[in-house]
Design a protein around this ligand. Structure first.
Ligand SMILES: [Ca+2]
Ligand SMILES: [Ca+2]
Length: 161
């Protein structure tokens, strides 16, 4: 009696299960990478918008005169001056000391903007406040958003000359 020997060809069930598992893992890895890319690109977009907003706010403040007094001696107090109740009334740099801004109606929903202005003495420190009346003022604009790891700070120095 002759026995025919059958050679097996094709895939077994185990081969198919292993193959499908590899495909599933590959699809999962692609989805995770895609989600990371989307998350990172939205963070980059928020960062770019924060830079744009910070520069705009800084430029707005820098367009103002150095001090309420048009020449030295400079005023002895920071902040708004008599009769200045809204930002439309602000006419000098330190009127923006301690100000916060809301640009949500301009398409910057979720961004918080705050500004600090103080006098520095360059001979001792570029960053420490020495109180009003000095000839150099530092402007710091801080932009924050939930998608940013840390708030962004923009700094500028103005001279009263
Ligand atoms: Ca003023
Ligand atoms: Ca002022």
């Amino acid at each position: 009696m002759k026995h025919r020997r059958h050679s097996q060809s094709g895939f077994s069930i185990i081969d198919m299960i292993i193959g499908l598992s590899i495909i599933a893992i590959a699809i999962l890895a692609i989805q995770v990478a895609q989600n990371n890319y989307v998350s990172m690109s939205s963070r980059v977009e928020v960062g770019l918008r924060a830079v744009s907003l910070g520069n705009s706010v800084m430029n707005i403040i820098r367009m103002h005169q150095y001090d309420e007094n048009l020449s030295s001696p400079w005023s002895t107090a920071y902040g708004t001056d008599t009769g200045e109740t809204t930002s439309a009334d602000y006419d000098d740099i330190d009127d923006y000391a301690g100000a916060s801004w809301d640009f949500s109606s301009d398409g910057f929903t979720g961004f918080s903007v705050s500004t600090r202005v103080f006098c520095v003495a360059l001979a001792t420190s570029w960053t420490d406040s020495v109180g009003p009346g000095a000839s150099f003022k530092r402007i710091i604009v801080t932009i924050d958003h939930g998608a940013l790891e840390n708030p962004m700070e923009f700094s500028s120095l103005m001279a009263g000359i």
